[in-house]
Design a binder for this molecule. Structure first.
Ligand code: PEP
Length: 236
């Protein structure tokens, strides 16, 4: 069970340190992952308690070189990250990242000793056309590098239309997609759900068989709200 926070491009150094210091340690089988903005990684790391891991929000697929503004996976590892998000829908749409690039980033992450959280999810038009299962299966096929085994990665299913919109996929929709993904990738990989997860809906989502955690954006910026989601994970 992994309860992950994506703070995106929010906050300040003071905000990040304060929020990180308030996050509860989960204990047991539950892990918590915090992905703050890159400049605050080290400061956040210093505040994290037991069972709380640090992650980047993205990495480059090359180990070093003339890639102005980018961060190598090895650099994330250097400052204490254990995970990195790759292929978040905001990067797929705003930075034109395709499955091939996501796969290269996931491979670079693994080579640097990180666990990539590989994000996939359909747009609203694909769901309305009834193509959501095929779209996500294709994203997974091309975004998860050949040869990756279950310990190498975490998968996050995040329907694009549910991210930051306040619209959560229905429990039936999440169940259908997560069962389909499980049949495709086999046992052992944590499959996170993301898309407007909050304290009020976390327990229902986390109770589903093939949901191995959640990836939380907006609600992770509030310590009380995020701690309530962690507690829902502990109780599950
Ligand atoms: C996300 O950014 O991964 C996300 C799921 O955001 P939100 O929880 O705000 O929908």
């Amino acid at each position: 069970m992994l309860i992950a926070a994506n703070w995106k491009m929010n906050g300040s150094a003071d905000f990040a340190k304060d929020l990180a210091s308030k996050i509860i340690s989960p204990g047991g089988d539950v892990k918590v992952l915090i992905c703050p903005p890159t400049p605050y990684l080290s400061a956040v790391k210093a505040e994290l308690g037991d069972g709380i891991y640090l992650g980047g929000q993205d990495c480059h697929d090359q180990a070093e070189g003339a890639y102005t503004g980018s961060t190598a996976a090895g650099m994330l590892e250097d400052v204490g990250c254990e995970y990195v998000l790759v292929g978040h829908s905001e990067r797929r749409s705003m930075c034109h990242e395709n499955d091939k690039m996501v796969s290269s980033k996931a491979r670079a992450a693994k080579e640097a000793g990180l666990i990539p959280v590989i994000c996939v999810g359909e747009k609203l038009e694909s769901r309305e056309a009834g193509e959501h299962l095929e779209v996500v299966k294709s994203q997974i096929k091309h975004s998860v590098p050949d040869g990756f085994v279950s310990d190498d990665y975490v998968l996050a299913y995040e329907p694009v239309w549910a991210i930051g919109t306040g619209k959560t996929a229905s429990i039936d929709d999440i169940n259908e997609m997560h069962n389909t993904i499980r049949a495709q990738i086999g046992p052992g990989v944590d499959i996170l759900y993301g898309g407007s997860v909050k304290a009020a809906n976390a327990a229902d989502i986390l109770s589903l068989n093939n949901v191995g955690g959640v990836l939380v954006g907006g609600a992770s910026l509030n310590a009380d709200e995020f701690n309530a989601i962690i507690k829902a994970g502990i109780l599950d």
